[in-house]
Design a protein around this ligand. Structure first.
Ligand SMILES: [Zn+2]
Length: 241
C-alpha cells in the first residue's frame, strides 16, 4: 500500500520530467532561430546578387572611362594639328569637322559614364544596407541563442535534480509494481493515478458501482487498475470507498 502511494510521488516527478522534455523541445527560441536563419539565407543570396551587380557595374565604368579617354586624346591630337596649321585648307576643314564630331561623341560617352556611376553608387549603397542588416541579424541570432542556452541550462539542471530525486524514490520500491508502472507509463504516458472521489484521475472517468465494489473488496496491497485506461489506481483516504 505504501509502495503504491510512493508510486504517485514517482508519477508526479515523471510528469514534471515529461513537461521539461516537452518544454525543451518547444522553446520559443527554436522557432525564432529558424525564422532568423531563413532570413539570413535570403540575405546571403541578396548579398551575392548585389556583389555581382556592383562588380559588373565597376567593369562597365572602367570601360566607359577608357572610351571617354580615347575620344578625348584623339580630339586633343586633332586640335594640336589644327593649331599647328599644317596641311591644306581642305584638310584643316576636315579636321575641324572631326573635332566637332569627337566632341559630340565625348559628351555622349560622358553621359553614359555618369549613368553607370550613378547605378554603381546605388548598387554600393544597397550592398552596405544589406551588410548592415546582416550584422544586426547576427546580433539577434546571438541574443536568441544565448537566451535559449539559458533556458536549456535551467531545464537541464531541474531535470538532473529530479532524476536524482527519482532514483532515491524508486530504490526499495516493490520491483514487479515498478515494472508494471513503467509498462503502463510507456503505453499511456501516465502509469499511476489516484482514485479520488470514485473517479480515476488518469482518465477522469467515474468508476461504476461494480468496479467500486470490486476495489472495496480487494486487499490493501493488491494492485488494482482502471478498467477504462488500465492505469494503476492508487487508493487513498480520498478515494470515496
Ligand atoms: Zn482511468
Amino acid at each position: 500500500m505504501t509502495d503504491q502511494w510512493r508510486l504517485l510521488d514517482v508519477q508526479a516527478v515523471d510528469t514534471r520530467l515529461d513537461q521539461i522534455a516537452h518544454r525543451r523541445r518547444t522553446l520559443p527560441q527554436i522557432a525564432e532561430l529558424a525564422a532568423l536563419e531563413g532570413r539570413a539565407t535570403q540575405l546571403r543570396d541578396q548579398v551575392v546578387g548585389a556583389q555581382t551587380l556592383a562588380g559588373d557595374l565597376q567593369r562597365e565604368l572602367t570601360k566607359a572611362e577608357a572610351d571617354v579617354e580615347l575620344v578625348r586624346q584623339r580630339a586633343a591630337r586633332d586640335q594640336a594639328r589644327l593649331e599647328a596649321g599644317q596641311g591644306g585648307h581642305k584638310e584643316l576643314e576636315s579636321l575641324q569637322h572631326e573635332i566637332a564630331t569627337l566632341q559630340r561623341r565625348q559628351s555622349d560617352l560622358e553621359d553614359a559614364e555618369l549613368e553607370v556611376m550613378e547605378r554603381l553608387e546605388t548598387a554600393t549603397a544597397e550592398l552596405e544596407r544589406l551588410s548592415t542588416e546582416q550584422a544586426s541579424l547576427q546580433a539577434q541570432v546571438d541574443d536568441v541563442t544565448a537566451a535559449r542556452r539559458t533556458q536549456e541550462e535551467e531545464l537541464d539542471a531541474e531535470r538532473e535534480r529530479l532524476v536524482q530525486q527519482r532514483a532515491g524514490m524508486v530504490a526499495g520500491l516493490d520491483a514487479p509494481l515498478l515494472a508494471l508502472y513503467e509498462k503502463v507509463r510507456e503505453a499511456t504516458g501516465v502509469g499511476a493515478a489516484m482514485l479520488r472521489s470514485r473517479r480515476c484521475e488518469g482518465c477522469r472517468l467515474e468508476l461504476n458501482p461494480q468496479d467500486i465494489q470490486r476495489i472495496r473488496a480487494a486487499a490493501p496491497d493488491e494492485v488494482v487498475r482502471c478498467e477504462e485506461c488500465r492505469r494503476i489506481l492508487v487508493r487513498t483516504g480520498e478515494s470515496g470507498l
